[in-house]
Design a protein around this ligand. Structure first.
Ligand code: NAD
Ligand code: TYD
Length: 379
């Protein structure tokens, strides 16, 4: 752990990965897993999130109680700001007010299917939002090629989808040329390029990570795994796009977050790091596995649940296969995954089945009532 981190601005901290990250930094793993309680973080976090449909502060209730509003003002280490990352004046205020020295940027529109139906929000948040944060950081920190600071850092979270689609063999490395296909992945690719440009042109200290598909608690139930688990619970159909032969590489969310934390602490400025699960699954085979684990817990046989699989129209431009070569982060930073897939998938299935209220809240939008009851109606 080499960098001194005092005041971290986390964007998108109310979403799936960001809220797991904040819990992890404060030693509060969502599933109570001991192997994810060793962040050693001692500073303050400012969570900036505008709470789109995907942001849910319920994920951070314990953090708020133990480190936020629940403690004496002088001892407070967690602050929430309901702010849009495209709002330059507000982002400038936050940098000044909290004297931000580190940005860890998760906020994004993140669902491929939504990007196909409505790309504009993706360009706005993922491209313009990232630009706004970079530009405010550069000005506030006074960075230039002649003034490269080593006491500040901007870490950008990205995806393996920027590299495009693989055939049956091969892996994405950090030098694979970008070849994004969906509005989502192309907006993330744009933001990655702008991040790199700020390093090369203005000397802003940045690091960047590209990760494979995450799974675990707090994921909005529109993505494959939480959607399927919730539908199994409710006896609904399980919609598989096309033949279900597309391949994704799955990583447990807290293993991703530990990798991000290691990069932020010890990664080299100007470098990008691939993060992967080395755990490829065809969608249909993964679904069989989820059915095997979830069926007994909802009092149905796997054979019964298998009959609810329906093959639906394929996603346009559906990428065939993603797979990451993550040897760089392993070699340079000594990062290793701690969660086996067997264990992580069972934990995840159990978590969604045991947190029906969370799923129902976020799907119905009811969590918004919870937020206004607990936080008032901030703008
Ligand atoms: P998510 O959709 O669950 O959460 C996104 C969060 O960003 C939400 O809390 C939302 O309210 C907030 N947000 C959106 N627009 C905003 C704006 N304009 N201003 C402020 N806040 C805004 O997403 P996630 O799955 O947690 O993904 C987090 C990051 O990780 C994204 O950058 C995504 O591209 C990247 N990523 C995700 C995966 C994955 O499998 N989910 C894999 C690799 C990389
Ligand atoms: P998703 O969770 O949306 O992540 P991404 O598209 O970013 O990889 O989808 C994972 C895979 O599952 C992808 O190949 C699309 C497929 N899929 C289905 O077959 N059915 C569904 O209902 C969803 C949401 C996804």
């Amino acid at each position: 752990m080499s960098r001194k981190l005092k005041n971290i601005l986390v964007t998108g901290g109310a979403g799936f990965i960001g809220s797991n990250f904040i819990n992890y930094l404060f030693g509060l793993s969502a599933t109570g897993s001991k192997e994810f309680m060793d962040s050693g973080f001692e500073g303050r976090i400012v969570n900036v999130d505008c709470l789109t449909y995907a942001g849910n502060l319920e994920n951070l209730a314990m953090v708020e109680e133990k480190f936020g509003k629940g403690v004496l003002e002088g001892e407070r280490r967690y602050f929430f700001e309901k702010v849009d990352i495209c709002d330059r004046a507000e982002i400038e205020r936050i940098f000044r007010q909290y004297d931000i020295d580190t940005v860890i940027h998760f906020a994004a529109e993140s669902h491929v299917d939504r990007s196909i139906l409505g790309p504009e929000a993706f360009i706005r948040t993922n491209v313009m939002g990232t630009f706004t944060l970079l530009d405010v950081a550069r000005n506030y920190w006074g960075c230039s090629l002649g003034n490269q600071r080593d006491d500040v850092l901007f870490h950008h979270i990205s995806t393996d989808e920027v590299y495009g689609s693989l055939g049956e063999t091969g892996y994405f490395t950090e030098t694979t040329p970008y070849d994004p296909r969906s509005p989502y992945s192309s907006s993330k690719a744009s933001s990655d390029h702008i991040v790199m440009a700020y390093y090369h042109t203005y000397g802003l200290p940045i690091t960047l990570s590209n990760c494979t598909n995450n799974y675990g608690p707090y994921q909005f139930p529109e993505k494959l795994l939480p959607l399927m688990i919730s539908n199994i619970r409710d006896g609904k159909n399980l919609p598989v796009y096309g033949e279900g032969k597309n391949i994704r590489d799955w990583i447990y969310v807290e293993d991703h977050n530990r990798a991000v934390w290691q990069i932020v602490n010890s990664g080299r400025a100007g470098e990008k790091y691939n993060i992967g699960g080395e755990n490829e699954w065809q969608n249909i085979k993964l679904l069989h596995k989820v059915i095997e684990l979830a069926s007994p817990k909802v009092g149905r046989t796997a054979d019964e649940v298998e009959k609810t699989i329906v093959h639906v129209k394929d996603r346009p431009g559906h990428d065939a296969r993603y797979a990451i070569d993550c040897s760089k982060i392993k070699k340079e930073l000594g990062w290793e995954r701690r969660m086996t897939f067997e264990q992580g998938l069972q934990l995840t299935v159990n978590w969604y089945l045991e947190h029906q209220e969370w799923v129902d809240h976020i799907l119905s939008g009811e969590y918004k009532n919870w937020i206004s009851a607990n936080y008032g109606d901030r703008k």
